[in-house]
Every structure is written in C-alpha cells, then in structure tokens.
Write a new protein. Sequence first.
Length: 486
Amino acid sequence: MLYSNVLLSRRDVLGAGFTALALPVWAGRGKEGVGLRVQTPESLGFDDAKLVLAVDAVKQLVEQDGVPSAVFAVGRAARGGVKQSGVALRAVFNAASNAGNAGEVVGADTLFDLASLTKVVALTTVVAALVEQKRLNIDTPVREVLPQWETLVQAGAQAPPPPPNLSVTTPAQTQPVASPELWQAKKHITVRHLLTHTAGFPAGGAYTGRSVTLGQAVGEIARARPLSLPGQSFLYSDYSAVLLGAIVEAVSARNLDTFCYDDVFRPLRMDSTMYRPPVLQLSRCAPTTPPDFTILSPGLVHDPTARALGGVSGNAGLFSTIDDLSRFCLMWLNNGQIYDPAKGGPKRLLSAQTVREFTRAQTGYGENKRALGFDVDSPYSIRGDFAPGSYGHTGYTGTSLWLDSQSGVFVILLTNAVHGTDAARQTLIKTRRVISSLVAPATLRPVAPTLKPTAQPHTRRQSRRQRTASSVALRFPPRFAPQRKR
C-alpha cells in the first residue's frame, strides 16, 4: 500500500505513516489558497480521534477493497463557536499497484471525472445564478424557453411504438404505451420538474458509441415515452439534466461550459474545474475505466451521454480537484459567498434566499426527498448520520460530496473506482454512507467560547474592588460555566 496524506493541520492527527504537509494559507499570495484557510481540526470544532475513523475508512477502500485511488477532504464553514471557515484535513491515497505507473498516481491537484457531480457543481449552480439574475424562473415551462418543445413532444406521441426487438433500447421502451394524458402533460414540464427529477422521464438513453448534437438529444428526450405525470413521482434521469443544460444555453446565449466558467468557476477561483481538459492538463487526470490506452484517454469523460455530446453536458463531463470543490462547498455553506482576497472580504455569488430555496427539500415521495438539483434523502443519498436537511450528490465514477448547513460541515470524496473492479465500486457505494456517519459525530464536540470581558454598569456606591471585579466578569454558556465546589 502506497499512500500519502496532506493534512490541513499544524500537527499530524493521523498517527505514524502519514506525512503532514501545508496548503497555502488563505491570503492574497496565491490563487491556489483562495477561499481555503489552514485550520486545525480543533479550531473547526472537530474531534481528532473521530475524524481518524473516517480517514481509516477511506484508506481501507484503497488498501483492501480495490479502489485504485482516493482523495478525501473534510471542512467546515463558520458556525457558532467556529469563527472562520476552513478545511480540517485533506488525505490522498494510492494503491501499491499505482507506484510503477505515473499515470495512475493521484495527488491533491489531480483532476477527477466528476460524473453526476456535474449536475450540482455546474448545472444547478448556473441555474441558481440565472434565477439570481432574474433571467429564469424555477416554474418556467420548458416550452417557453425552447419553443420547439411542444412540437417535438407531439411527434413522439404520434410515433408508432418501437418494435420489441429494437437493438437500441431505453427503459421507456420496456413500459406500456403512454396514454394521451401523459403525452399532453409532458408538454407542460417545468424547470422545477427537471431539477427534482420529477418530469416523468426515463433514466436515459443508449448513447454508447454515438455522436449527437444537443438539439438531436433534446429531440430524443421529447420523443421518449413518458413514464408518469410531471410532479407525481421521482425517477432519477440524465435526460432531465441534458434538457436543463439546453435551457441554460438558450437563456444565457452561451455554451454551457463557457457560462459555467464565466459565472461560477472564475468568480470562485475554481481554476482547475473544467469540461474537456486540454492536452496540457491530461497528465493531471485520474484514469477511469480500462482500456485507457491512448494519450488522450484520461481526459475523455466516462459517461456515454456526455461523451456523445462532445464532452459538455448538464448530466456529466466536468473535471475538478479536491481544493476547487472545497471552495464550492464553502460558497454554498456560507450562504452564497466566499472570501475574495482582491476585495479583502466576502464575494457573493448567490443570495442567502436562493441558497435556502435550492437546498431545501422540494419533493417527498416516500423515501425520495430531493432539493433543487441536490439530493436530500433518496436511495442515492450518502447522508448517513448527518442531520435531516443536509444535501449533496454522488457520481458514478466514484465521486461524492455532502454538505450540512446546520453544522457547516462538508465531506468530499473523489475516487476513480470505475478504474477498478465492479465489486470495488459497489463497496464504495456502501462505504460513502459509513464515512458520513463517521464524520457527523466528529463535529458534535462543542467549540470552546471566546471569553471576552463583559462590561457591567456600576453606580457610585460600588467600591473600586467591586467595579474592577464586575468589569472583567466572564459570561459562560451554561455547559461551560464553572461549577461551584460543594
């Protein structure tokens, strides 16, 4: 087992065998440090001993369970006794088999294929930005943005059902023929339905080995047989994200990747977050599924739908690093703002009201609770023991992030599990919830209060000794109040 640890702490809380390295302090000296403060776990209200358990769980994924590599981070936004936002730890693990191949070894600056994390890091955030700019409304019907939508849906309604032996099948084609009521309702799908996966779409289509334009994909989505009435049930669908990406392009009059960079990534200084990594960045990309034989393979998105669309899609295609995603999480947890060293203060991307609206549960169909874009509590959720109302998302390649607005804590795990065995990926899916359940109680330790003199009014009748004593009296919260001896 070859592993290294990069820990944002002034001491190595993980014991022997790990190397503690420093991340640039949050200051104006270098863009790689923007938005991230070097903090000790204690100063962020974490219990070191409990955090070690979460790190050990990640280590086991790589050392014993067949996951090729992993980068793990835990941080916290300012809450209560936690006065500053920061990252408590960042750990990097590589399997021993990676040692002889430089292309297999990952580090803190490795670009991971985020897969479906693209849906929140890129798509959801730019939709929120459009809402913030009053250029889009959550309840806007698709037909108002894409005028061809109704005509395309009508074409699907009139098309004969596919033959049972069709070589290219989708989940919708295994369902009975949709009723006229479902087709008619599909014409009135809204942005909210797309963000909450309640549009009644099938999970997706067969795009492996294909090359399509976004317009062609929208046509296929419109003609795909609806499975339920909009807003009536939850079915996770890549189609929703692809269509929403087309809406973003139509409203912004820019390509999705350009709009994401201009309005989200650049303002947040997420300079290592991108679609279609250029040739000079390919050596930084973690490999995904074999065979990755060509020099260009590491930068190709793993998802077949995004790959068919040229690498840029609302459902997948984004590559990023652990530090950029830490900035992303802190922006959401800090109610839409992050520190800007050029201003010497916070820079706002979204309003607190928009953040609250996008992260609160919007749907609740049995066990399927979703926010706008974010997962809250569905079968895909990795909430674990975090409080209800926390939110996040996962990605097929082995990526995930989870944010708890109540405690201000975020957890990020980036792996390339699809580069290993299917058994390794299945183990990862289960372990992500375990990791959340290990981190959550590590934040329960109260942060010691800052003790400040409490000025007390006094009268002339008070003696000098009394005035001196009252002027430096310390006000403790009940749990920290000193106990009198009895």
